[in-house]
Design a binder for this molecule. Sequence first.
Ligand code: B12
Length: 214
Amino acid sequence: MVSREFLEAAAESVVKCDKDQAVDLAHQALDKGMDPLEVITDGFTVGIVRVGEMFDRGELFLPELVLCSEVMKAATDILNAAVVKEEQVKGAKVVIGTVEGDIHDIGKGIVVTLMKAHGFEVYDLGRDVPIMRFIEEAERVGADVIGSSALLTTTMEGQKKLEEALRQEGLREKYKTIVGGAPVTERWRKRIGADAYAENATDAVTKVLQLLEG
Ligand code: B12
């Protein structure tokens, strides 16, 4: 268990846009043998969510949001790289990306890290990914699962388009689909006909394993 003080310091380093402190805390966490995922989830992520709320309330503006997200990314890059890889899971090939028009990729990056840590073979298409790219890549690598991330209410529409495109191409039954991102819900999943929704990276791994079993 990581101490509350440490997690709070991690969160505050993002809120204060203090890159040196965030990077220092990420290194300290690793040096002291803390669980990198706990530090990301209960520390730095809490900070970036606070930043989002401040942006929402008009207490800070886009340039600050950009800077704070860079601080968040610098810290999570260090911690993501240290997440331990487990045994290869048979046949778990996942194509994942953030949908077109959307450049948010911090959360998707954490999902990718944890999936890789569980031995999944992950093909990360990055961000602002055209819908057909997901399908082309899934076909190319023989994927089992296609995962899409959307952080804007407007770009969630891309997840719906992906379902429609898979149906149009006659490929819907060939792949399992999983959706995620802050505004995405179980209700949205049902509405668009995706196979699974996951709230966070740990849940994403669990849901993919369930999809592969089912
Ligand atoms: C950081 C950030 C940015 C950064 C992104 C940097 C980057 N490289 O990602 C920057 C500054 C670039 C940015 C830009 C913008 N942003 Co912004 N941003 C955020 C912020 C503060 C945090 C997002 C984040 O990283 N969260 C932390 C991660 C860990 O959480 P997460 O992304 O939700 O991911 C977790 C789960 O959702 C899930 N998950 C995520 N992806 C997937 C995928 C799969 C397959 C699965 C299973 C699970 C899963 O697992 C993750 C790990 O637990 C949010 C606020 C918020 N609370 O979400 C606003 C927010 C998303 N942004 C917002 C806005 C409006 C914008 C801009 C339009 C601002 C502008 N005026 O230009 C632009 C959009 C640019 C674009 N076209 O995409 C709004 C969206 C409002 C809405 N209703 O649509 C928010 C909600 C802020 C707000 N409250 O107003 N943003």
